[in-house]
Design a protein around this ligand. Sequence first.
Ligand code: 76R
Length: 280
Amino acid sequence: MSQAPTAPAPSSELKPMTPKEGVFVLHLFYHLNREGWNVLAPDEQRAGKERLTALLDGLKAREGYQATSFAVVARADFGFMLVGADLHVLQETEKRITAALGAGVLIPAYTFFSMTERSEYISSEEEYAAELKGQGLAEDSEDYIKKIAEFRVRIEKYAKDRLYPTIPAWEFISFYPMSKRRNVDQNWFSLPHGARKELMKTHATTGRKFSGRILQIITGSTGLDDWEWGVTLFAHDPYEIKAIVYEMRFDEVSARYAEFGEFYNGIVLAPAALFERVGI
Ligand code: 76R
């Protein structure tokens, strides 16, 4: 039996290709080509499954890297989301995953390349302070001091999660790419920052209503892929995916400016369960 690699090992003479901040993210969706699989000898099949499992485990074992696998609903068979700072490691893992089960067995159905980014629209402490004062709270009141302290903790965690997110161990994953409209009279990018921020406020309010039911990881892909963002949502119940996406369609920012690509949904499963799911 061939030796299964335990971890991707990019050519060591190469300098890590790490971004100035944040991490790279690859979303990979594959069809399983059963004809290619069926001609493999049982030994080769076993080795292939071990290789794929070891690649994901190897990536997860690296400090700062994450991977999740899922059984795609209807549109493909296997889905993987890889996260980490060195593009050499992620891209090499991607190529090895594609080849892991044997030549022509995993056929890419859809891919997405993006990276984490800061939000341009997080409230500053000054803005929040002004809001509190507007509510009649005095700067030296206990309530004001407590609220500002809570704000600092919340924003710090939020900013850190945006750049360095943790893939949650939730059961259902939904991915779709999106862009903001750039029509002549309806161009998101020609709106002043204040107007965009105002629109994003309503978006965040809708989003927060789903706290505990939806976890979002927004990654930026302008210049990296065909769309401007990748939206990755996690839920325990697929019902919530449909609920949040529907409700957001009414937010002005989505209603007026959002354009969406294809939606890929999946049931989060470890590789062994993935193989079983498709009967290989
Ligand atoms: O709490 C905060 O202040 C976070 C505010 C926030 C930002 C800045 C936020 C909250 N999002 C932000 C940015 Mn979001 N998000 C989407 C989609 O289907 C659709 O209509 C849109 C797809 C969903 C479902 C979603 C969910 N968000 C963004 C951006 C970047 C825009 C930019 O920079 O111009 C995009 C593309 C985007 C799209 N959003 C939330 C959610 C949820 C659930 C929240 C609440 C998160 C929380 O508070 O835990």
